[in-house]
Design a protein around this ligand. Structure first.
Ligand code: BG6
Length: 258
């Protein structure tokens, strides 16, 4: 029976990759909206995937923030550092997140659990574009951005547009505009509709969507029924080499045709 289940899951993963048109999908049992344990299982797969894909030696891993990433960070294995020197850097900063789920915090936890190093981006989270521009000339910020440019891997989640806009206290006019334009998902500070059209981008520095094309190891981790629509939409923008790590909650809905 275990074997049957496993074969069932493998078939489902292949179906999902075909539907979403990305190279690899991995599905864990359950729904992370219902049980947080499911997120731990997704995290273990993130760790295994990185172990499979990252070459030996020096590796820079760019990480995003969010509640998913904050959880995933605690499941990364020290095994990842066995033949590697890992440095975690925030892929983008200043998106307006609470301190415990900022990319800076995620990088620190990832480094702690893997025995790697980390760097932080000292950019205020809630500040106008005009105020943060001059910061880009600061050596401490420039250094970290140069590392982001050299990253071999990016690990990120995908958010539900309306929730992300609210959580980040975006201006009411922007929230209204996102609704009017049918934004469904968000990743890297980009908001997009179900067809993958970018509607709005938080004007911040660091990694841009187009940069993903040149990064060999891209891992997207997002699950739960509530994220099915956002995940499906994001994959229309995602680079082909993306590994999507998700759960049955999201996968079953996508395969049913959300
Ligand atoms: C944000 C990332 O911090 O978290 C986004 O910048 C991502 O790119 C979002 O979409 C997801 O958040 P959560 O809490 O749903 O994991």
């Amino acid at each position: 029976a275990v074997m049957d289940n496993l074969l069932g899951v493998r078939a489902k993963e292949q179906q999902l990759s075909a539907v979403l048109q990305i190279d690899h999908c991995l599905i864990v049992p359950g729904d992370s909206d219902q049980q947080t344990k499911v997120l731990d299982d997704m995290g273990k797969l993130v760790s295994e995937t990185l172990d499979l894909l990252l070459p030996n030696g020096d590796n820079i891993i760019a990480a995003m923030g969010g509640t998913t990433m904050a959880k995933i960070a605690d499941t990364l294995s020290p095994k990842l550092s066995a033949h590697r020197k890992l440095t975690f850097v925030p892929a983008r900063g200043g998106l307006g997140e609470a301190v415990d789920i900022q990319a800076n915090a995620v990088c620190a936890r990832m480094a702690f659990h893997t025995g790697g190093q980390y760097r932080v981006l000292y950019i205020p989270e809630h500040v106008s574009e005009r105020a943060y521009r001059p910061l880009l000339e600061e050596p401490a910020i420039k250094d970290v951005l140069a590392l982001v440019d050299k990253s071999a891997s990016v690990v990120h989640s995908i958010g539900v547009a309306a929730l992300m806009a609210k959580r980040r206290n975006m201006p009411l006019a922007t929230i209204k505009m996102l609704e009017k334009e049918h934004a469904v998902g968000e990743a890297f500070g980009y908001f997009f509709d179900a067809s993958g059209r970018v509607i709005y981008k938080i004007p911040r520095i660091g990694l841009q969507l187009r940069d993903l094309q040149n990064i060999p190891c891209v891992v997207a981790v997002a699950g739960g029924q509530s994220k099915a629509v956002a995940i499906k939409a994001y994959t229309k923008l995602a680079p082909k080499q993306t590994w999507l790590i998700t759960d049955e909650g999201a996968a079953n809905l996508i395969l049913k045709g959300v």
